[in-house]
Structure formats: C-alpha cells, structure tokens
Design a protein around this ligand. Sequence first.
Ligand SMILES: Cc1cc2nc3c(=O)[nH]c(=O)nc-3n(C[C@H](O)[C@H](O)[C@H](O)COP(=O)(O)OP(=O)(O)OC[C@H]3O[C@@H](n4cnc5c(N)ncnc54)[C@H](O)[C@@H]3O)c2cc1C
Length: 390
Amino acid sequence: MEKFDVAVIGAGISGAATAYTLAKAGASVAVIDRFGPAAMASGWTLAGVRQSGRDPAELPLAMEAIEIWQTLHQELGAPTHYRRKGNLRLARNAEEYEQIRTMVRGQRELGLDLTFLASNDDVRAIAPAVSPTILGASFCASDGHADPQATSAAYMGMLDRLGVTRIMAEAVEAIEVSGGKVCGVRTVERRIAADGVVLVAGVMGNELLKPLGVRVPIETPMVAVIRSVPIPPVLEQVIGVSGGDWAGRQEASGRLRITSGALPWGGAMEIMETAAGARPVIRPPLSSLREIIEKLAFLLPGLDATPIEECWAGLLDLTPDAVPVLDHVPGVEGLVVGMGFSGHGFCLGPVTGKILADLVSGRSPLHDLSAFRSDRFSTTPAAGRLELHG
Ligand SMILES: Cc1cc2nc3c(=O)[nH]c(=O)nc-3n(C[C@H](O)[C@H](O)[C@H](O)COP(=O)(O)OP(=O)(O)OC[C@H]3O[C@@H](n4cnc5c(N)ncnc54)[C@H](O)[C@@H]3O)c2cc1C
C-alpha cells in the first residue's frame, strides 16, 4: 500500500494550495480528486480576489491572500493572470446607497482601505462603462481578480515539480480511521495510507464526513455564469452589487464573465466527458441567464449585445454564517477539514492552504481560527446569508 505523510482529498484551489504548502515544507503528499483539478467550484468561479465586504473574521485572511496573490505567479512559475484593478460594489437605489456607505465605514474601522464613491461621476471616473443611473459605490483599489484555470494549472505544475502524487479521476469512498486516529483513505481503486488527511472536497465534503458522525451544515445554492466571446477592454474592476444578486468582470482574455446571485438548485448534475476528462455539469435555467443579462444591461449599458460563448452553473457551499470551517475534525486525530467557503473561497485559497497545512502538521496557524471552528453552529442562527461573491 502506498504511504504518505498527508492525503489531500480534492484538487480545487484549497486542495492545491494545501498540497503545495505541505510539499514545499518537505512532506510526502498525495492529492486525490474524483474528477480533476478545478473540476468544481474552483473552475466554475468568477474568481474575484477581494477583501471588501468580508466578514470581520475573514478579513485578515483575505488581506494576507491579497499579498500572496501579487507574487503567486512567480512562486508557482506560471501565470495566474492576477490583476489588481479594484472592486466596485454599486448602489442601484437609495437603500443600497446607505447599505454601502455603512459597510464602507465598518470595513474602514477594521483597517481596510475602502473608499465610498458618493456620486455617479465618482464611480464613472473609475469605471466609465458603468451606467449613469448608478448612485454611488464602494471601491477597494487593492482588490482584483485572477484566472481560475491558469491558477489551477500553475499549482498543478508546481505540485508535479515538488513530487506530489496526483491521483485524478478517482473518487475517495471513505476516510479510514483506527483507534480514533486517521490512517488513510480508500478510493474506488485502492487504499492509501496517510498520517494526516485534509478534506477539501467542497459541496461533496459531507459525503465523507457522514460515516464519521460529523456534518458541516451547508446549503448548496446554484450560481449561473455566462462567459462572452473576447471583446476589446471595457472593464478593469470586478463589479458587484449590494445584495450580491449579480457580479461580473472582464477576463484577461477579453471575455466578460458574469454571474447571477444564489439560486435554488434542484439537485440535477450530469457527468460529462470533456477534453479534460469527466466533469460535473449543472445546466443553468434560461430564466437565470435572462436575469444576468437584464442586470448587465442595467449596470453596464450596451454590453448586453456581446455574443455569448458559453454558460454554466456552479454550486456554493454556504454555511449558516457564510464563513468556512477550517478546523480539526473533533474525535478524529489527524483529520482536518476546509469547507463552507460560501462563495468566496477562491481568493482565500493560498491562505487556506497555509492554514490547513499548519493544522494537519500540528503547527499553530498564524491566524485566529475561532470563527472557523466546526463546533460553532450549535450557537449560530440557521439562515445562510450570501455576500457578494465577486
Ligand atoms: C459561480 C461561482 C462564483 C464564485 N465567485 C467567487 C469569487 O468571485 N471569488 C471567490 O473568492 N470565490 C468565488 N466563488 C467560490 C470559490 O470558487 C470556492 O469557494 C472555491 O473555489 C472552493 O475551492 P475548494 O477547493 O474548497 O472546492 P472545489 O473547487 O469545489 O474543489 C473540491 C474538489 O473536491 C473533489 N471531490 C469531491 N468529492 C470527492 C471525493 N469523494 N473524492 C475525491 N475528490 C472529491 C471535487 O471533484 C473538486 O475538484 C465562486 C463560486 C462559484 C460556484
């Protein structure tokens, strides 16, 4: 049986960054994914890299992440197409205007350099494509966006160079535990021994926790995404709205990538063969696409004439308080979980990786993780609240 220091379940950005941190420190690591790199949320994502609008507990993690993103491409030796061009959260009416003004005040008190743009002229001085009907906005100049596929490829290339064993297109069926301590995983094809296991399987994480009597409470709403053909540069920032019911940006490729808010998901998921192997596919309803396009026409007039190249839907792992669980699994020594990123875990990925690597290695993480404990839900309200995911 193959034996590793750590087995990482999931090759999204959380798993990739965790494996990278561990392998860089000299650990022997296996990354196992039932589909392949960035097959789920880390590929479906809008890939905004933002601090603004974060929960106070998450803000220090996002701030560290932004520092890492600036040089991540150098560290990984391949492009991430990270652009630090800012994030605008637009106010469409008087109520949103006040919400955003209050949010800016609160975030500034937490140390974030966030500006309230009080007039349409101020907003359009930064983003001329924005509609003259927009009343104001928050602007965080140090926010930005990256390319999810390029980032995943950059991590995978580095994992290969560091000698990480990548086992793709192979589902983990069980986390193996003996005497209260994790001892490895069982996939559909083999047993893999490991002293530590990191579970970063996104919306599917609970399937592997259930036999251990553990559950991270998540809802799994759907977000629809439209990607256009490449067009000339019109938009540098990530654009969101108060309430989180729309977000969008222009990729480095020139394509517009625009999303709905969180919508109910009926559970339909197809597994389709693609050039990259089998991938889970969720088909967005026509009504969700109509809504995205209507809001695009309202927020960024004229861009709704852009031809569509593709569309898809992705799932969020939304916790009751919309921040993730980053913790040891109670009662199972050596098992660490990172899930419940609630629509904003792409930005955090590089820091999530450091935190989970520290936890599984027995080191104390540099951040206060009390807000991310798995046992907190017994005392928090059950209703999930989604923040802007741009
Ligand atoms: C439409 C959309 C827009 C978003 N926009 C943003 C944004 O702008 N900014 C931001 O920061 N975040 C955003 N997010 C959220 C962000 O993309 C996610 O929080 C992040 O990608 C989560 O990464 P992950 O690695 O934890 O999970 P995932 O990327 O979902 O990876 C989990 C992996 O585990 C694998 N897996 C599952 N079960 C098993 C098993 N049994 N065995 C082996 N492998 C398994 C899956 O195949 C998958 O590859 C968005 C999400 C969506 C869907």
